[in-house]
Design a protein around this ligand. Structure first.
Ligand SMILES: [Zn+2]
Length: 222
């Protein structure tokens, strides 16, 4: 193969690649408005359903500036958390309880109260975006504030925190913990959370040591 042939081959390969990339770009540019439209429609539908529920339980007191502020934040900066809470919380919490006017009215969140005095929902306090299960506690209100402060970064930061604490727990247990337990230096091979933690044991430390939980626990219990 001569140098001219080599150059010719390289050039034609490059031309084909560039044409393909431009083609992909054009398809994306044409499809994007449609994708964007569908996405906005789905988000609007979820927010509409959430707002209907929030309105029914009087969550946002729109006679007060704070009510307006929370509603505006939840539908803009913290929208990702609102969507997450509305879909996941709205579906899962419905298994354990019902939206409660008493626990939600003027509280700037939709709170579900456990349906019966026994069962899972009764002992669990949880908050996903502006959707809560189990009612108010300083800890849960702090998660609500965290979501509103960190907005679209809140869930990704939470996910990264869990990955980091899980890795720390696994590595500590395997590299040091098991050996220290065998040497009777420690009573447990894994890192353990304080007794105040809602979750105990191996997974309890992974949960408790995430910065958002440390912050929420430090602000008061439950
Ligand atoms: Zn928490």
């Amino acid at each position: 193969m001569t140098t001219v042939e080599r150059l010719g081959g390289a050039f034609s390969t490059a031309v084909v690649s560039v044409v393909l990339v431009i083609g992909v770009g054009l398809v994306l540019a044409l499809a994007l408005p449609a994708i964007t439209f569908v996405l906005v429609a789905v988000i609007a539908a979820v927010v509409f359903a959430y707002s209907l529920l929030a309105g029914a339980v009087g969550a946002y007191d729109l006679t007060k500036p704070l009510g307006w502020l929370c509603l505006v934040i939840d539908c803009t900066w913290s929208l990702a958390n609102t969507i997450f809470g509305a879909i996941i919380g709205g579906l899962v919490y419905l298994i354990f309880g019902n939206p409660s006017t008493t626990a939600s009215k003027g509280q700037n969140w939709v709170s579900y109260s456990p349906r019966s005095s026994t069962g899972f929902g009764n002992s669990v306090l949880q908050t996903l975006g502006p959707v809560n299960l189990g009612g108010a506690g300083q800890h849960e209100r702090m998660h609500l504030l965290q979501a509103r402060i960190f907005g679209p970064l809140y869930l990704p930061l939470f996910a990264v925190s869990y990955i980091v604490t899980a890795l720390v727990q696994i590595l500590f247990t395997l590299i040091l913990g098991l050996a220290l337990k065998a040497a009777h230096v420690r009573t447990s091979a894994c890192l353990r959370p304080p007794s105040a933690s809602a979750v105990s044991g191996f997974f309890g430390w992974i949960y408790y040591a995430t910065p958002f939980e440390v912050w929420a626990y430090a602000s008061g219990n439950p």
